[in-house]
Design a protein around this ligand. Sequence first.
Ligand code: DIG
Ligand code: MN
Ligand code: MN
Length: 388
Amino acid sequence: MVDAYTPKPKHKFTFGLWTVGNPGRDPFGEPTRSVLTPAEIVDLLGEVGGVHGVNFHDNDLIPIDATEAEAESIKADFAAALKRNKIRVPMATTNLFSDPAFKDGAFTNNDAEVRAYALQKTMRGMDLGAEFGAQVYVFWGGREGIETDAAKDPVLAEQRFRNALNFLCGYSKERGYDYKFALEAKPNEPRGHMYFPTTAAYLALIPTLEHPDMVGVNPEVAHEHMAGLNFTHAVASAISAGKLFHIDLNDQQFGRYDQDFRFGSADIKSAFFLVKLLEDQKWDGFKHFDSHAYRTADRDDVIAFARGSMRTYMMLKHRVKVWNSDPVIKKLLRQINRESRDLESLCAYSKSHAETLLAMEFDRRELASRPLPYEELDQRTMDILLGL
Ligand code: DIG
Ligand code: MN
Ligand code: MN
């Protein structure tokens, strides 16, 4: 069915190989779906339709113990699948969390040899991503953390993470990759506590790096929600800092494990305000669905999951247009937002402005009596969301 909500490659929707290729394994059960090759996953995305790109961890594409010959054959099949489906590779990343060598972290590991191996593995992952034209390189520190703070000095751990990023920025510049590094936060799981638990923590780290201009963030809905935070505000902070280099869209009930649900499937209202922010700000980055179908899904339902992810974004994008042009919403916003050019000009500091403000009289009771019809505004938002 083609309609106003049908996605197209120009909408820059992307999926990871590990998302639609997720075989349904979970901590309490074996896979429920067959494991697909990278080429088969790209063909599935071609069947989904409208997909812009596919992302990968190094080992999603090339198994960690593959021979050189096996790697070449996998890459050839993958490249052919990309071509026949007209799908590209916008983002790559390194799996520094599955192999037991990284059981106690990668860049923040207490063992210098593991830290060195993590740098080598990431450089090779960057080479592989560049081979397929990736522009963004994501860093998710899946094992960077502790179960007991007796294990590591957190200041030293953060310095080790900083050292690794500085080194890898140097590598990217020296190899001319021009990568945009995107740091992805998560508060816990698989580690008891993870370093840099929220997007805000990474926004604080970036200015302390040697090449801060090369580094931004990759916020994920589920990860901020796990921390009980407002995802739209986390993304707004990234946009305000010019650091929203990538985004992981999915959904999540608050206070749960990392559910990585289909975008908009758990909290449609939060999803609406996120889409409103991205569209109002005309953010033009890759919209990556880092999520997976329910373990109960078969291949057809995985396709429905992927199509639903993009369709929900497109429908919410339309609802944002309706909201922004709705006369009742506009009236209420005019009532709520009291602007004053004179007062605004006073808020740029000068000695005279300070004296003028100090000399002003404010009627607190009058200020407090001004109506704020947020119930009416929010209910109108619900009317629009529910299509009334
Ligand atoms: C989990 O949310 C992480 C890994 O899947 C990957 O490293 C990153 C990129 O989307 N997200
Ligand atoms: Mn997640
Ligand atoms: Mn993610």
